[in-house]
Design a protein around this ligand. Structure first.
Ligand code: FE
Length: 192
């Protein structure tokens, strides 16, 4: 089944939330986590085109971007063994696991020339929601720990594919700027 009613409802509720609380990040994260947790509580709505793994690297399919770019919703798809570099976001984010299992390792930066230090690690499975943000810890690495594709639905406080942010070298901590873009050129039709 690929019933986009769930995604449409989520987009509407999240828009209502942002309209109501504005930039109040703690309220966005608390209420947004409840909304995302409900969305990823059912794995019956994401169309195949937005959950297809790439053999060589993880994919990031844009599902929705708020017209005022106050938030975006992205489907991340990892094949077995896929991992992100150590990276930051520079804005708040919520990561909800829809399918499979992912290791989320948080890092703190060391002194100049030193590697980032892992400060926390958790295995997230379907239905779990994790938070990132400069205020609660923004640097992490995500890896698929399943022997099949994992899919997570991410919500960020910006049009994340256009945000200039950073990756960190795991040996030296060297910071490099990057803009992720998106893997997809089309959006799911949530209005049909
Ligand atoms: Fe991330």
């Amino acid at each position: 089944m690929s019933d986009l009613t769930r995604l449409r409802g989520f987009v509407k509720d999240f828009t209502d939330l942002i309209d109501e609380v504005g930039m109040d990040e703690p309220r966005i994260l608390d209420a947004g986590e409840r909304l995302l947790s409900e969305l990823v509580g059912n794995d019956d709505w994401l169309p195949e085109a937005f959950s297809a793994p790439h053999p060589d690297h993880y994919e990031q399919y844009l599902l929705h971007c708020d017209p005022k770019e106050r938030f975006s919703v992205v489907s991340f798809v990892w094949g077995p063994g896929h991992t992100t570099p150590i990276h930051d976001h520079t804005v708040w984010g919520l990561v909800g696991i829809l399918r499979g299992a992912e290791r989320n390792t948080e890092f703190v930066l060391g002194a100049s020339g030193e590697p980032p230090r892992a400060s926390d690690e958790e295995i997230c499975s379907a239905g779990d929601v994790a938070r990132v943000s400069p205020t609660v810890g923004d640097i992490h690495r995500v890896s698929n720990v399943a022997d099949h594709p994992s899919v997570s639905i991410h919500v960020y406080g910006a049009n994340i594919g256009r945000v200039s942010r950073h990756v960190y070298d795991e040996r030296t901590g060297e910071e490099k700027s990057f803009i992720s873009g998106y893997s997809s050129k089309v959006l799911p039709n949530i209005w049909g």
